[in-house]
Every structure is written in structure tokens, then in C-alpha cells.
Design a protein around this ligand. Structure first.
Ligand code: ADP
Ligand code: TRP
Length: 316
């Protein structure tokens, strides 16, 4: 029996944080041994918020190093960059023609932008359609993401169904894979950890940065247990151990935070060191990305050929 396939991606929109890691990236690494996998850099998605070419270029290399540093093995997983595979944007157009405006207007990202009275570009509105193309071209069984991406995977399912009903069975319906315990990792202020809230602990932080982030955690205690500290601590130490420690040190917030700094450092230091190693040879890392792109292209172009035939534009 052939292995199941997973697919996921991250935008090169800034430094990843431990919420990204526990919510999504760790699953990529865990899945790669039993599954085939595609993990990509969603650079065209990031264009809606990042319009500085130099920064875009740096960030793309950054995500590649992040992927390698967390332990993604290019022998097991195909790593590639969205903009290398023009089929993603081509299929987006075709999906646009079977997707209605009211349907996309229900998407959380659009509703949030609208609620904030932001000027919404067509790319932001269309974001879930590009994501549907990213997924459906490769027919994955699983799409590991954090809870905030669940709706996007559901939109991809709906678009696949709409296309299949119109033109005949073409796309496999994907399933989101969301681990309950880490679906929403809280940030230093107790809200969802997110780059846009400035409440993150960077995944590759240096020791001093870890310390600064942890010391800034808002301590809303209940029974002497600082909830926000505990919620982050349980990502890097077992709850059985933590329960004992937090009972013993009830009310001693500073000591508990100091312990969290040490535990985070133990977890982050090896990742940080590995990333520095990979950063010494960027051309080698880029070769991995380029070769991954060539592999992905074969699959995507075959699927697009089928799509062109299904919609009737293929004449030779
Ligand atoms: P951010 O909100 O920081 O910009 P992204 O939107 O780039 O994060 O998310 C990248 C991946 O990490 C997605 O799969 C997303 O669901 C996941 N993720 C982001 N923040 C969290 C969080 N706080 N808890 C769990 N998963 C998260
Ligand atoms: N939208 C996702 C995010 O912000 C990134 C992404 C783009 C993605 N295309 C995807 C994730 C396809 C999974 C599958 O995190």
C-alpha cells in the first residue's frame, strides 16, 4: 500500500515563533517518517502583506533554513517554493470561475480586514482560492495546520467539490489535521501567539531574547499559578512534572519564569545551532529548494493537464 501524503506551507512573512512550531511545523517533522510529504514556502501568499523585495528575498531563504533546522529531511519531504510552480496561480484562475463572491466573503481573514476598515486588495480576498490550488494540485490526504487555518482547508474542500460537480471527479477532498492540545498556542499576553500581535517567543531566539520574552509574560494567576506562564511551559515540559513544580512554587512568579527560561533554552538551543550550521551554506540549501521545485512541478503540471482537458480547453 502506498504511503499517505501530507502537504503544508508557511508564508515567508517574518520570524517563526513557537506557536507556529507547535501548532504546525512540528507536525511536518513528525509526519515525514510515515508519510510522503510536500512542504512549501507560500511566497505569493505573503505578497499581500510584504511588498519589500529585499525582505521577501531574505525571508524566503529564512523559511528554508527554518525547515531544515527543525529537521525536515529533503530525502523524505519535497521542499519547494510556490512561485516556482506557475500551476498554482493558473489553477487559482480556474477556481475563481467556479467560486462566488458571497462564499469568499464569509472567510475570517476577509471579514477581519473588513471589520478593521482596511483597504482590501483582490489578492487578500482571493487568498483562500490560491490556498485551495496549493493543496488540490497535489491530492494530499492530510493538511497539518494550526486552528486558524481550518476554515481555509474547508474552503479548499468546497472548491474541490464545486469543480468536481461541474466537470467530473478531478480533485481529492483534503482533511485538515489539527492537534487539539496545540491548536492555539497562547502568546506572552494570553491571546493567540501571532506575529501581528507582537506577543511571540521566536523559535530560534537567542538566550537573552528568550529571557526578555518570558519576563514580559502577563501573569494572570489563579490559585498562585500564573496561567500564561504555565500554558507556554507545558509545551516544553511534561504536565506531570509541572503540576508538582507549580504547586511547590505557588505565587513565586519570578522563579517560575526563570525555570521557563531555562526549559525554553534547552529546547531552542539545539534548533538555533542547527539553523546556524545550515546558514553557512545558503547555495546548498537553495539547491534543495530548486530540486524540490522540479519534483513538485512534475506532479502539478500533470494535474493541470488533466484540468485543462476537463474544462475543454485542450485541443492538441
Ligand atoms: P502568524 O499568526 O504568527 O502570522 P501564520 O499565519 O504565519 O502565523 O501561521 C503559520 C502556521 O502556524 C499556520 O499553520 C497557523 O495555523 C499556525 N499557527 C500560527 N499561530 C499559531 C498559534 N498561536 N497556535 C497554533 N498554531 C499557530
Ligand atoms: N495560509 C497559510 C498560513 O498563513 C499558509 C499556506 C498557504 C498553506 N497555502 C497553504 C498552508 C496550503 C497549508 C496548505 O499559514
Amino acid at each position: 500500500m502506498s504511503k499517505k501524503l501530507f502537504l503544508s506551507g508557511l508564508q515567508p512573512s517574518g520570524k517563526p515563533h513557537i506557536g507556529n512550531y507547535f501548532g504546525a511545523m512540528k507536525q511536518f517533522v513528525d509526519l515525514q517518517n510515515e508519510h510522503d510529504g510536500f512542504v512549501f514556502i507560500a511566497d505569493y501568499h505573503a505578497l499581500h502583506s510584504l511588498r519589500n523585495p529585499k525582505e521577501m528575498n531574505e525571508n524566503i531563504k529564512g523559511v528554508l533554513l527554518d525547515y531544515l533546522a527543525i529537521g525536515l529531511d529533503p530525502k523524505k519531504v519535497t521542499l519547494f517554493k510556490q512561485s516556482d510552480i506557475s500551476e498554482h496561480t493558473e489553477l487559482t484562475w480556474i477556481f475563481d470561475t467556479v467560486t462566488t463572491m458571497p462564499f469568499l466573503m464569509r472567510a475570517h481573514a476577509f471579514k477581519d480586514a473588513e471589520a478593521k476598515n482596511k483597504e482590501i486588495d483582490v489578492g487578500t480576498f482571493n487568498y483562500p482560492v490560491l490556498m485551495a490550488a496549493d493543496i488540490l494540485l497535489y491530492a494530499p490526504d492530510l493538511v497539518p495546520v494550526g486552528a486558524d487555518q481550518k476554515q481555509h482547508v474547508e474552503i479548499a474542500r468546497d472548491i474541490a467539490e464545486k469543480f468536481n460537480n461541474t466537470y467530473g471527479a478531478t480533485f481529492k477532498l483534503p482533511e485538515p489535521m489539527i492537534l487539539k492540545e496545540v491548536a492555539v498556542v497562547p502568546g506572552t499576553d494570553g491571546r493567540k501567539m501571532s506575529k501581528s500581535y507582537g506577543n511571540t517567543i521566536p523559535l530560534f531566539a537567542e538566550y537573552e531574547e528568550i529571557k526578555k520574552c518570558v519576563m514580559s509574560i502577563v501573569t494572570d494567576s489563579s490559585g498562585g499559578i500564573p496561567q500564561n506562564v504555565y500554558a507556554i511551559h507545558k509545551l516544553v515540559r511534561s504536565e506531570a512534572e509541572l503540576k508538582k513544580i507549580y504547586e511547590e512554587k505557588a505565587g513565586k512568579y519570578k522563579e517560575l519564569k526563570e525555570l521557563l527560561v531555562e526549559d525554553l533554552e534547552k529546547f531552542i538551543a539545539p534548533l538555533r545551532e542547527k539553523r546556524k550550521e545550515f546558514a553557512k551554506d545558503i547555495p546548498k540549501a537553495l539547491t534543495i529548494l530548486k530540486e524540490g521545485g522540479e519534483k513538485a512541478k512534475l506532479i502539478a503540471s500533470k494535474k493541470m493537464d488533466e484540468v485543462r482537458e476537463k474544462i475543454g480547453v485542450k485541443v492538441y
